[in-house]
Write a protein that binds this ligand. Structure first.
Ligand code: HEC
Ligand code: HEC
Length: 355
């Protein structure tokens, strides 16, 4: 029997194909035709939070904000739009927010992230929390970008991630109707270039600070730790005496102050900073609700990290990163106090292109 495909099914098929391939931030039900102009709902937010005293002290000691790029509300508001704009990738499918998802503490749920053509990154996506507290200001697991401003343009040009040239990027941003007024407000000029794009992205990212966890309320005298949490904090600060967790992950932001030997996750494929087997670790805040830890995402979660090497774990211990079985519940209780869930839903860090 000869099969005749009715015209209506063909149309349906074509339409479905469009639905599957188009930018998922567009409202497919009301806009069945692919359009290159994304729908962006702009709301102006305040990014100049007043931090509690213990955070302000840490900031005074470690802030990597350059004098040439202080956070302003207008700059961070522009940075938010750029951060989530998929038009900044060659084929309009990938934004910074694709691999740094708000609900995952600005990291990715998968071990390695997918870029614009489905290629995967070589390392695990870093959680973009509290980055302004990393004193040297160097970025990436291996410190290879000198500043956040210099880092910002790299994923845009990376062939796996967003695959643009700076010329294409500037032309693209200039062509999108919502940008000139945002640049005017942020920098007093409608002249759009990659230097200002990097500055705005950096302002937005530096404003992502977690300071509303139980740990923070305890440090302000508003709450107290349970016995287990307090015992966990003592472990973090004192065990083992010659190389405590805190000696590398400095409170209150728990970010490595100076990545140093002899810590090393055995990884012959990736030798990190200057090929010395060293890596930076970002802030340990929200670590209990993150997965695929370490530079290669090879450690499923904190519990697995602390347990490795103990009888029955079936895994080799990670140097400096395991505890006696009896101490693990207390350490877990303490690390749980570092979780700040407000950051996961705060509208000012959310995707303005989502409908
Ligand atoms: C395809 C996924 C992907 C995209 C898109 C992406 N990133 Fe990343 N990001 C990563 C990965 C993976 C790393 C870790 C890379 C490394 O260390 O080599 C990372 C690291 C970073 C870091 C370093 C953080 C630290 O503490 O050192 C920053 C900052 C960052 N990304 C910002 C951005 C910005 C801004 C954009 C958009 C312009 C962006 N990323 C787009 C996957 C991505
Ligand atoms: C000698 C320094 C050093 C000590 C001591 C140390 N760490 Fe780390 N830690 C690091 C470095 C560097 C990394 C990142 C390494 C990598 O990705 O390969 C890391 C990674 C981590 C991670 C994963 C972070 C992420 O974003 O994926 C956790 C969790 C962690 N450490 C917790 C602890 C705890 C808890 C202790 C104490 C039991 C501790 N660390 C002791 C240096 C140290």
């Amino acid at each position: 029997m000869k099969k005749i495909v009715p015209l209506s099914s063909l149309i349906l098929l074509v339409t479905l194909f469009q639905f599957c391939t188009k930018n998922d931030s567009l409202d497919v039900s009301t806009k069945p035709v692919i359009t290159t102009t994304p729908v962006m709902t702009f709301t102006s937010y305040n990014y100049l939070d007043t931090y509690p005293a213990h955070i302000q002290v840490a900031l005074a000691n470690s802030d990597n904000t350059p004098a040439t790029n202080p956070i302003t509300n207008e700059g961070a508001n522009l940075g938010r739009v750029l951060f989530y704009d998929k038009q900044l990738s060659r084929n309009g499918t990938t934004s910074c927010g694709s691999c740094h998802q708000q609900k995952n503490s600005f990291s990715d749920s998968v071990v390695l992230s997918r870029g614009l053509d489905g290629g995967v990154t070589t390392r695990h996506s870093m959680a973009l929390l509290n980055m302004r507290f990393y004193k040297s200001g160097k970025m990436f697991w291996d410190d290879r970008a000198a500043t956040l401003e210099k880092q910002a343009l790299q994923p845009i040009q990376n062939h796996i991630e967003m695959d643009m040239t700076l010329e294409l990027l500037e032309a693209k941003v200039k062509s999108l109707t919502y940008y000139p007024s945002l640049f005017q407000k942020a920098f007093g000029t409608s002249l759009i270039d990659s230097v200002l794009i990097a500055k705005a992205l950096s302002q937005f990212q530096r404003s992502i600070v977690t300071y509303q966890s139980k740990y923070d309320r305890v440090k302000q005298g508003l709450e107290i730790f349970t016995a287990a949490e307090a015992a966990g904090e003592q472990l973090f600060l004192t065990v083992p005496a010659n190389r405590t967790c805190a000696s590398c992950h400095t409170p209150p932001m728990f970010i490595t102050s100076s990545p140093s030997a002899p810590f090393g996750l055995d990884d012959t494929n990736d030798l990190g900073i200057n090929n010395r087997g060293n890596f930076k670790s970002g802030s340990l805040r929200n670590i209990s609700i993150r997965s695929n830890l370490f530079h290669n995402g090879s450690v499923a979660n904190v519990q697995e990290m602390l347990t490795a090497g103990n009888p029955g774990s079936g895994k080799q211990p990670i140097p400096s990163h395991f505890l006696r079985t009896a101490d693990i519940p207390n350490m877990m209780a303490f690390l749980n106090t570092l979780t700040d869930r407000t950051i996961l839903t705060d509208a000012k860090f959310s995707d303005p292109f989502a409908l």
